[in-house]
Write a protein that binds this ligand. Structure first.
Ligand SMILES: *Cc1c(COP(=O)(O)O)cnc(C)c1O
Length: 385
């Protein structure tokens, strides 16, 4: 065994191009909601392909809030949500006053289980709130079919799924609304930031207004400076041009970012294939493209009690890991106290929370790093009991 490496779980990839872009914006006249934001929106929707619309927001959470709010979901409405996700997926339902109805995921791909969606539909169900788990697309064919039959809206949390597609359609444009996050450790970053996307032009217009105080025209659209009206309510969920300029440079490298992630994932997965009782979470469908946020693996029964020890020993080998996600949402205090859920109803989500380890595959790492991680993990497992 050669020397110990330092392998961070995730690291933003910032180059001179980002630094130069920020300096150029700071030297100009418009610092927020200007040409950089507009160009980033256009480039992002072009990247997704199809005829989607993209609106830049101050965070992924802001985009989620706008989605539920502007789709008119609120008190008295039920939204069927996955239990295995970032809390933001469900907070967005709560914040508009609707009621989240938790269903389980499938252990194979970590995604919401369509069969359980069907069982959870009631007269009050208005929407399905899903996440593409660590970049693995959901079974959108089944989900959209259920949504059509029961007349439900579909909101896709694509925060870890830039580049994930079902056949040729980018996630976020399959349901009624989708959101992305540009928090530092996501596929691409703007510092903080997010993107709201939709196929519906009228929804896009409503969200654009609600994102900026509900004013009826943007600064650049005002014939007479200072003249505008406010026909609706709104917030300030815009993103600055400084942040947007960073995002444009990141997006320019997206093909390379996705390729490195895919290559790393493939090598790491192959390196782990000899470990019995370890299940790598991935898509099983050939027409669903994983965007490889990380490689999350579930420890089987013989190793399940050893997770903390394994994580600790990997750390001693310089390997950073994480857990996606450390609790099924109904187990988080806010939700447990409010809804008192029976966790026996979400056994798969609970197993992933309690028995999985997320390993890094980001573009800051190369294939030799993947071989190092696999070697270390095998060594640790052979001596763990
Ligand atoms: C990061 C993340 C969010 C929140 O995005 P922010 O930009 O941090 O608000 C929401 N959902 C998922 C799945 C995430 O990973």
């Amino acid at each position: 065994m050669s020397g110990i490496r330092e392998i961070a779980f995730a690291r933003p990839w910032i180059t001179d191009a980002e630094l130069d872009a920020v300096v150029r914006v700071l030297g100009g006249d418009v610092l927020t909601h200007g040409p950089q934001a507009k160009a980033f929106e256009e480039e992002f929707s072009e990247f997704m392909g199809g005829d989607g619309h993209a609106l830049l927001t101050s965070s992924g959470m802001a985009a989620l809030h706008l989605a539920y709010w502007q789709l008119g979901i609120g008190p008295g409405d039920e939204v069927i949500v996955t239990s295995q996700t970032h809390v933001a997926t469900v907070h967005a339902v709560e914040i508009v006053g609707a009621t989240p109805v938790f269903v389980d995921c499938r252990q194979a791909d970590g995604n919401i289980d369509p069969a359980q969606i069907e069982e959870a539909v009631t007269d009050r169900t208005r929407a399905i709130g899903l996440v593409h788990f660590v970049g693995i697309p959901c079974d959108m064919d089944s989900i959209m079919e259920i949504a059509r039959r029961s007349d439900l809206l579909v909101i896709e949390d694509c925060a870890l799924a830039v580049g994930a597609r079902v056949r040729d359609i980018h996630v976020g444009l399959i349901g009624d609304a989708g959101i992305f996050s540009f928090y530092p450790v996501k596929h691409i970053t703007t510092g903080d930031g997010g993107m709201f996307v939709t196929r519906h032009v009228e929804l896009k217009d409503r969200v654009a207004s609600a994102r900026a105080f509900g004013v009826d025209r943007s600064f650049s659209e005002r014939a007479i400076p200072g003249k505008y009206d406010v026909p609706t309510l709104g917030l300030n969920y815009r993103l600055s041009d400084i942040n947007a300029a960073i995002g444009r440079q990141q997006l320019a490298r997206i093909d390379e970012i996705l390729q490195r992630r895919a290559d790393n994932f493939r090598v790491l997965r192959a390196g782990l294939s000899d470990i019995s009782d370890l299940h790598v979470i991935d898509t099983e469908a050939v027409d669903r493209v994983n965007s490889h946020y990380c490689l999350s693996a579930v420890l089987g029964a013989s190793l399940a009690n050893c997770r903390d020890e394994i994580v600790q020993r990997l750390r001693e080998s310089g390997i950073g890991t994480s857990i996606y996600y450390p609790h099924p949402i109904p187990r988080l205090s806010y939700y447990a106290e409010k809804y008192g859920h029976d966790l026996g109803r979400v056994p798969q989500a609970t197993t992933i929370s309690d028995n999985s380890i997320a390993l890094p595959v980001g573009p800051h790492l190369d294939e030799s790093d993947m071989e190092y991680i696999a070697t270390q993990l095998i060594r640790v497992m052979e001596s763990t009991d």
